[in-house]
Design a protein around this ligand. Structure first.
Ligand SMILES: *Cc1c(COP(=O)(O)O)cnc(C)c1O
Length: 392
């Protein structure tokens, strides 16, 4: 692929570049075996191997592979045995899947405003808060609230990120969730993982994700006398095999992002009207994040980059207080469940009705990095971004 093509409008910036037939040993194994169902295998399934590998790499207690991060969020929420209608505090700036997972679990989302780094502002949480989802957006590790019993870390955009104390994002709260959707750090098209150090939660998740059964691999499911209902979130060997291949490249992807980010921080000095948002050492450097002085400048920068075929995105799409799924409070249930369980009054916590957040989003612009490029290519790509921004 030529450099120009690489610099073009591509939205498969990370793991997708590492998909490679010559590296698909596990997928070949699954196909040659003729079994794509994880509980049908005679030896340890590829899905189990993946879970074990991820647990080792992240220092996680238990790992369960599911179809996507949204299912992982649902498992994390219901494994805590909530009452229907319980409140779950979520960031006001994140992908709508977070709110959808809360609602489809029969719970009520409360939108909490974000700080300058666009992470949930934990100082806004009222005393006695029970359930919070913190999202580490674009690899930026958010500090977790203290004293909240059920903190779920949504790491859909932050696989491999670390807290300042060295723990991996996803392993510090009650549970952590990960996505292998096409646009994330690693990809299997769709795919998800939930991790937890809580033994009871893990047992509950495992049963719920397999029709409520306490299955022994290789056998028909069995239901204990105390079984509860479940759904089917059991992953496929084919997907797990691709995830395993992708996982082999995690460190390479992280290092490539780190290297290009460092080049950019050298080459893109702050100029008037533009601020390059700093990243912490443990963050995954998913993108360059720019903050402009005004929305007009930001929009001019979008135009300049797009005109040159340089991929970029804004974060306005993540503003949940204005998302139709939340403003409309619609449900497929004729009684409006679970919104009908919501207490009166606004389900939002903000000092200023999200005015500052709206302004921050209006002035923010992100440019993806290219971990797969050699250093010289990364330097050229950074130069192209710089030249585009200089015209603004
Ligand atoms: C992508 C994403 C999700 C949903 O992940 P899926 O695997 O697509 O279900 C959830 N939260 C955040 C922050 C995301 O970016």
């Amino acid at each position: 692929m030529t450099l120009d093509k690489r610099l073009g409008q591509r939205f498969l910036p990370y793991g997708a570049n590492y998909l490679d037939w010559s590296d698909m040993h596990e997928l070949r194994e699954a196909v040659e075996h003729g079994v794509l169902f994880r509980y049908q295998t005679e030896n340890e399934s590829i899905a189990s191997r993946l879970e074990r590998r991820v647990a080792e790499r992240l220092g996680a207690g238990h790992v369960l592979a599911v179809h996507n991060c949204t299912e992982a969020l649902r498992l994390a929420l219901i494994a805590a045995r909530p009452r229907s209608g319980d409140l779950v505090h979520i960031p006001a700036v994140t992908f709508v899947a977070v709110a959808g997972a809360v609602l489809s679990s029969g719970l009520i989302p409360v939108l909490v405003d974000v700080d300058d780094s666009l992470s949930l502002d934990r100082t806004l949480l009222p005393p006695g808060t029970q359930r919070v989802i913190v999202a580490h957006m674009e690899g930026t590790v958010a500090a977790l609230p203290q004293g909240v019993p059920y903190v779920v870390e949504d790491c859909a955009q932050a696989l491999g990120a670390r807290f300042p104390d060295g723990r991996h994002a996803g392993t510090a709260g009650y549970a952590g969730t990960f996505s292998f959707h096409h646009n994330k750090v690693l990809t299997s098209g769709e795919g998800g993982l939930v991790v937890t150090g809580d033994e009871d939660a893990w047992a509950t998740m495992r049963c719920y994700h397999d029709h409520g059964s306490a299955r022994v691999p290789g056998r028909y499911p069995t239901w204990n006398q105390d079984a509860h209902y479940g759904e089917n979130f059991v992953t496929s060997e084919g997907v797990a095999a691709v995830q395993y291949q992708q996982f082999r490249h995690l460190d390479e992807v992280l290092a490539g992002l780190e290297r290009m980010h460092a080049i950019a921080m050298e080459e893109l000095p702050d100029r008037q009207g533009l601020h390059v948002l700093p990243r912490a050492a443990g963050d995954v450097k998913i993108s360059l994040r720019f903050r402009w002085e005004s929305r007009e400048l930001r929009d001019a920068a979008v135009a300049a980059l797009t005109e040159r075929g340089i991929a970029n995105w804004t974060l306005n799409k993540y503003l949940l207080p204005e998302h139709p799924v939340l403003t409309g409070r619609r449900s497929l249930y004729s009684d409006g469940f679970p919104w009908n369980l919501a207490p009166g009054g606004p389900l939002a916590l903000s000092r200023d009705g999200f005015a500052r957040t709206r302004d921050l989003l209006d002035r923010t612009l992100c440019v993806p990095l290219s971990p797969e490029l050699p250093e010289a290519g990364q330097a050229l790509a950074v130069k192209a971004v710089r030249q585009a921004l200089e015209t603004v």
